[in-house]
Design a protein around this ligand. Sequence first.
Ligand code: AMP
Length: 452
Amino acid sequence: MICWPGLLAPISGAGRPRPSGILKVFFLTQFSDLGLAEPILRAISAQGYETPTPIQQQVIPAMMAGNDILGTAQTGTGKTAAFVLPLLNTLAKSNRRPDAKACRALVLAPTRELAAQIVESVRAYSAEMRTSVTMIIGGMKISKQVRAMQRGMDIVVATPGRLLDLQSQNAIRLDQVETVVIDEADHMMDMGFLPQIRKVLAQLPEKRQTVLLSATMPKDIRALADKFLDNPVSIAVAAESRPVERIDQSVRFLTPNQKRDALTEILSADNVDSAIVFTRTKRGADRVSRHLEDAGVASAAIHGNKSQSQRTRTLDAFKGRQLRVLVATDIAARGIDIDKVSHVVNFELPNVPESYVHRIGRTARAGESGTAITLCAPDERKLLRDIEKVIGNRLPGSDAAGPDESQGEKAGRSFRPEKDGQPRRRPRRRGPRGQGGAKGHRKGQGQSSQAS
Ligand code: AMP
């Protein structure tokens, strides 16, 4: 494994020295320094992006140099543009048309929503190019996808199961793939997709570029990388640490019955402009949505049992502000990029502690602040402790739970400043801060925030 020269440690974490050169790199790099084609630079400018984010500064040159990449990066760091822009650059440089049923670039994503978002990004960044892109995902008519592939595609964005379905019908061929990107590999693993990914990778041409991105690097993902990546450049950026600092987090200890009333009360408050309520299961999401309806709070649920058109409709209504409350499972919500979500309520705690960070990261985007309230039942205390281990902090209010776990509510506290501007209690901070987020790189925001 080799490391990208001079940029191995972009994160200034506790105990990790920050080489002085990195600051310079962050200040000096502009999109125009990266050697991207003119139509791409114009499209980036139309998006309002001024400077590349840390992950973009590293992934774009490494991909353009033809390297395989093993990247640790989360949603919110600008990772989509980091791999889409170099893909488009390759296409801009050679306008070789793919043969019928073939594609030149393949992006694998765990969920339909993430796939849809990637396609949206490809369209935005290739607005001034003639790039063909299609989405191959479950839950939609396969015949349309078969038809789309007949003429060949520059870029295919797919969920692994449906991709293999199409391949078994000889509707797609993978022998012309020049670059494959596996996005959110750890999430794929959580969803049991690793066998399908191995199957897809094993069928790609040996001479290809492979990019594997993952929010975390568990053993299985490393093993996948060892088998399928060739001498990859290793790149890591911090999680969305800066946005998280703007989130007013708290936890309340409640019995399951008390949770419902608390939820209605939270969502009825005037300051809740738009909220996502997280549940662990699809049935749980439906139950919560029904409860809210009975309580007079309009909401809709998205999860894997809803049809794609229902999910798209619900998301559009939420994005368009016709729907104020979205009830979602982790899988359905992961990777969704919606600005201006004022509240996240964890109605149930996630089984996987990292999901907590993904969940609360739905709020406080685009420079806004946000509120995240976690409702913890007595039997969820262990999950809460796991979350606190991952984030390296006690959640404000968590010490309010006494030893008797069967007791009811012991109100949570917030660690955001009180009215007098003084923080009531600031949790101990550990781990890297402040360099991973994509927001803050748009026009009108100072560059210095990027490197500070
Ligand atoms: P992602 O991590 O790919 O989900 O991106 C998160 C958000 O960051 C998206 O809304 C992008 O539009 C935005 N974004 C990506 N790159 C940049 C950039 N260089 N400057 C500002 N915003 C960006």
